[in-house]
Write a protein that binds this ligand. Structure first.
Ligand code: TMP
Length: 220
């Protein structure tokens, strides 16, 4: 079993529904942290290692009902295990900060709140796979589901269009995902901040940098 009790870096996750701008904000935060003299590793889930990217391809392509929520949770968690062991934990152990586009909260929101699986089971599954590894800070990028789906559809090129398995779910599903992330943030205010993702990209980036500065750079 692995955990990150020896880790010295900080683990930040960026979460949210489709089209929330997570990958842009992960890049912006990495650049800001580099400017503060912090080594920041950027990565994503599902994915981040060759094995986890192979699992990602199974998850994000094909018919929406190709897998049920339980199989999705197991595949997501298998990918997470590979990613944690091979990328996240080694980076944290050498003192780097890890900025991850999605992590276990996405499993709770998509397969739990929206997919109907019990949260306790999902939490136990995550713990089985990655031990104590958990984010120091989670940024939830919040926007109405319809707005996010519109953005995600507009930006989809040929390659991303093939990755549309989750985007094809109903608006109701995506609204449940949004409510799930907001509920997670309400339950864990010490770990989570919610940022309005309808704001301009620059102001979202400033808000995130300010929160990271306050919560993680000044507390020693
Ligand atoms: P992406 O939008 O960040 O590219 O992620 C791919 C899809 O995978 C996205 O629709 C959300 C979904 N997903 C889950 O359903 N559960 C998970 O645990 C993760 C990490 C992603």
């Amino acid at each position: 079993m692995t955990d990150c009790s020896v880790a010295t870096g900080r683990f930040i996750t960026v979460e949210g529904g489709e089209g929330a701008g997570k990958s842009t904000q992960v890049r912006r935060l990495a650049a800001w942290l580099n400017g503060q003299g912090v080594e920041a590793v950027t990565t994503r889930e599902p994915g981040g290692t060759p094995g986890a990217e192979a699992i990602r391809a199974l998850l994000v392509t094909g018919e929406p009902d190709r897998w049920d929520a339980t199989t999705e949770a197991l595949l997501m968690t298998a990918a997470r295990r590979d990613h944690a062991v091979n990328v996240i934990q080694p980076a944290l152990a050498r003192g780097a900060w890890v900025l991850c586009d999605r992590f276990a909260d996405s499993t709770l929101a998509y397969q739990g709140y929206a997919g109907g699986l019990p949260p306790d089971g999902l939490t136990a599954l995550t713990r089985f796979a990655v031990g104590n590894l958990a984010p120091d800070l989670t940024v939830v990028l919040d926007l109405p589901a319809a707005e996010g789906l519109k953005r995600a559809g507009a930006r989809a090129g040929d390659r991303q269009a093939a990755e549309s398995r989750f985007e094809e779910r109903t608006l109701r599903f995506h609204e449940a995902v949004r409510d799930g992330f907001l509920d997670i943030a309400r339950r864990e205010p010490a770990r989570c901040i919610v940022v309005d993702a309808t704001a301009p990209v620059d102001s979202v980036a400033r808000r995130i940098a300010a929160a990271v500065g306050e919560r993680l750079l000044t507390d020693g």
